[in-house]
Write a protein that binds this ligand. Structure first.
Ligand SMILES: [Mn+2]
Length: 316
């Protein structure tokens, strides 16, 4: 961590990047660090480059950073495991690149890496760093980092939460953030999204053994006037059905690309995802179908996975 601080002190221009299709942790980490750097190094030029996220747009949206700013800059890459997923491929033009992340290491890109795989959120690493360095805080930084930790832990519900997570949250609360306001911002839904949720709740299917799923074709997504991110987040709408420990959403993106978000609170599902151009965590994976005709085969395999899971439970 000390080495990161040395590099921050060394460079007069710093550009903060995240990953493509950013989530709350990515945006929260980027804006939290941005505010901290502006607060503690007021003479430096600080930029955030990358995509914005609908779900946490109240935190802020990255702006366009021009090409000439990259050469000579320190590039800080947050919450991004692999270089091909970086939100701005101009990172390679920077003078020095540091990766700060909490995902399992598959790609050690950059000139320096700080990876804590035990941390449930990149925002937790940034928070710990700021307190370790004794940095001055502002409300924007504390709010952004809290949102990062809060969203990446499923609102403190995942097993990835550590005692340090609550210590960080407590310190951020001590900076004057409003939990009520953050909750309001995160919980509010657009009318379109709510209508889509109604559609999902009325049209999901359940297989014989308990695999729940919903398909959203391109015309259906467009008919509800929601973003692809909002449509994909509907996977959580069918996450709590009794007797259905595995569930998925199948989404048709432009150019006939069919992406699957697969979730479980029982059996491991990443092996199934790997069979369909995907992978990920044991209980949360992504995959792809080549064509809608392959849906039936996937559903059958998922159904058998659930059947075998329930059988293994009764055998115990
Ligand atoms: Mn993250």
């Amino acid at each position: 961590m000390k080495k990161i601080l040395e590099k921050i002190k060394e460079y007069s221009r710093i550009i903060i990047l995240g990953h493509v299709r950013p989530d709350g942790d990515c945006i929260g980490s980027q804006f939290g660090l941005y505010e901290l750097l502006k607060e503690n190094f007021p003479k430096k030029e600080i930029y955030i480059s990358g995509e914005s996220s609908d779900s946490v747009k109240f935190i802020g949206a990255p702006s366009l950073v021009s090409d000439d700013l990259f050469p000579g800059a320190l590039i800080l890459c947050l919450d991004c495991a692999t270089k091909d997923r970086l939100s701005d491929q101009r990172y390679s033009q920077g003078a020095y690149v540091i990766k700060i992340d909490h995902h399992i290491v598959v790609d050690s890109y950059g000139d320096m890496q700080y990876v804590d795989e035990e941390s449930p959120a990149c925002a937790q690493i940034i928070t710990q760093m700021a307190f370790e360095f004794g940095w001055k805080w502002n409300l924007e930084a504390a709010t952004a980092l809290y949102v990062g930790i809060y969203t990446d832990t499923g609102r403190f519900k995942f097993d990835s939460v550590r005692p340090e997570t609550f210590l960080c949250a407590a310190k951020l609360l001590g900076q004057g953030i409003s939990l009520q306001e953050i909750e309001n911002q995160l919980s509010v839904e657009t009318m379109n999204n709510l209508k889509l949720k109604g559609y999902v709740l009325s049209n999901f299917k359940v297989t014989e053994n308990g695999f729940a799923y919903i398909t959203l074709k391109r015309n259906e997504i467009e008919q509800f006037h929601v973003s692809d991110e909002e449509a994909a987040s509907q996977v959580s709408t069918i996450s709590t059905i009794e007797g259905c420990p595995v569930w998925a959403i199948f989404l048709e993106y432009p150019h006939n690309e069919i992406r699957i978000r697969l979730r479980s609170r029982g059996p491991m599902i990443n092996k199934l995802a790997e069979e369909y151009h995907g992978g990920g965590h044991a209980k949360a994976s992504g995959a792809r179908l080549d064509r809608w005709e392959d849906l039936e085969g996937f559903v059958k395999k998922a159904d058998l996975l659930v059947r075998d899971y329930f059988r293994s439970l009764t055998e115990k």
